[in-house]
Design a protein around this ligand. Structure first.
Ligand SMILES: Cc1cc2nc3c(=O)[nH]c(=O)nc-3n(C[C@H](O)[C@H](O)[C@H](O)COP(=O)(O)OP(=O)(O)OC[C@H]3O[C@@H](n4cnc5c(N)ncnc54)[C@H](O)[C@@H]3O)c2cc1C
Length: 398
């Protein structure tokens, strides 16, 4: 059997781990990445890498080439797959053709940027890869003013890194409050206050009209006339699944459509991670990418395991700021949940409860509550069974 995996992000490496462990004899595993780095690095570490000039490429590489050798995975670095031939079951790279019996597409995503006038100017960056991080860190050596477009998790982590690097930092968010996917308006406003106290300027409910400059970015202008001078613009405005390899031979919507076996519309081709769409959802997060890739890897050998979707959670990794959210925080009103709340200056907790189960939660500032609520949420435990522990960490919860 010849197993081929396109992509060396978390989905790619999670799949080859399973393939390597479960593969029958006389099997080959070949993996491709178009990135130049000699191993696998963890994208969530990119904001830390941008923040810290001491951190090297070796520091961010989690699995080096020896890891692949030990798993008997033939990793091809900087070798882009340019075409998939489904009839002959081959992938074509810049160098040559490789046959496959089963293929996993784990090509991840690119940044999605709104079509802002001026985004072709020098020092406008979208952040996806370690290469992007290297360029930004280089720019910080001379720049003084950074504008971050997007007040989501990545935007705020990058803004915090820019501020730490001495940049006068401004965040511009289109929605009326920060972290619109993770918070509600009340939580978003508390977070805004905390970040402003740390010296980051934040504008919400603002849309960029254009970026102006002579070759390089110089000024960001919003639709309501605000003018912010800047030496670099960092776009953190979402993702676009990488589906450019798929012409008309697989079903795609936003991502590559997969069934519960992580199988695409071709029975020998699987997809997982940010490029895949399951039940209408492209998660764009690490835990679902790992869960999907492990099941896809297993099913490439033995099609007997079903993926049932993932529970989502996010943590904002900004020094001394403890913020996690679980589930679709208040955005599933059809559940008719009851809400329990605690608010105190820089602390905010909100639990969305239905049938004695936590369907979603926001925890800001109350560090000790995060592991407990995560556990009750992910294990679908009954809230009433854990009332005493909850009271211990959040005594004033309503
Ligand atoms: C800066 C940053 C911080 C993040 N922080 C968090 C976080 O804190 N928590 C969280 O849950 N998620 C986070 N995410 C999202 C998370 O990183 C993604 O969900 C995850 O990386 C998806 O993994 P993947 O393997 O599907 O895709 P990717 O990690 O994008 O990997 C896909 C790989 O395939 C390669 N590839 C694509 N096309 C080809 C081709 N044709 N030929 C060869 N190679 C190809 C790409 O170059 C890439 O290396 C973050 C993302 C970024 C960018």
């Amino acid at each position: 059997m010849k197993y081929v995996v396109i992509g060396n992000g978390v989905a790619g490496v999670s799949a080859v781990q399973v393939l390597s462990k479960e593969k029958p004899p006389n099997t080959t595993i070949t993996q491709f990445t178009d990135e130049p780095f000699l191993g696998y690095y963890n994208r969530p570490k990119i904001p830390t890498f941008i923040r810290n000039n001491e951190m090297t490429i070796e520091d961010i590489i989690a699995y080096n080439l020896e890891w692949y050798r030990n798993l008997q995975v033939d990793l091809h670095v900087q070798e882009k797959v340019e075409r998939i031939n489904v009839e002959t079951k081959e992938v074509m790279t810049q160098k040559r053709m490789y046959p496959f019996d089963r293929l996993l597409i784990a090509t991840g995503a690119d940044c999605w940027c709104p079509p802002i006038e001026g985004r072709q100017l020098k020092h406008f960056y979208a952040i996806r890869s370690l290469n992007d991080a290297l360029k930004i860190r280089e720019r910080f050596k001379v720049s003084k003013k950074a504008v971050v477009i997007g007040g989501g998790v990545l935007g705020l982590e990058i803004a915090s890194a820019a501020a730490k690097q001495g940049q006068e930092t401004t965040v511009i968010e289109f929605f009326p409050y920060l972290l619109p996917r993770q918070l509600d308006e009340e939580g978003g406003n508390i977070l805004k206050k905390i970040l402003e106290q740390r010296g980051i300027k934040i504008y919400v409910k603002k849309e960029i009209q254009r970026i102006i400059g002579d070759k390089e970015v110089e000024q960001v202008i919003t639709k309501d006339g605000l003018e912010i001078s800047s030496d670099l613009v960092l776009a953190c405005t979402g993702i676009k699944p990488r589906v450019e390899l798929i012409q008309d031979f697989l079903k795609i919507n936003r991502g590559i459509i997969v069934n519960d076996h992580l199988e695409t519309s071709h029975e020998d081709i699987f997809a997982a991670g940010d490029c895949a769409e399951h039940n209408g959802i492209v998660y764009g997060l690490i835990p679902p990418s790992i869960q999907q890739a492990r099941i896809a890897g297993h099913n490439m050998i033995n099609k007997d395991t079903k993926y049932k979707g993932s529970k989502i959670s996010s943590t904002l990794k900004v020094t001394d700021l403890f913020l996690s959210s679980f589930g679709y925080t208040g955005k599933e009103p059809e559940l008719g949940y009851s809400v329990r709340k605690y608010i105190n200056e820089e602390e905010y907790v909100k639990l969305f409860i239905h049938n004695d189960k936590i369907k979603a939660a926001i925890i800001l500032g109350v560090k000790n509550a995060i592991p407990l609520i995560r556990n009750i949420f992910t294990q679908e435990k009954s809230v009433s069974d854990h009332e005493t522990e909850i009271r211990k960490v959040i005594p004033d919860l309503s």
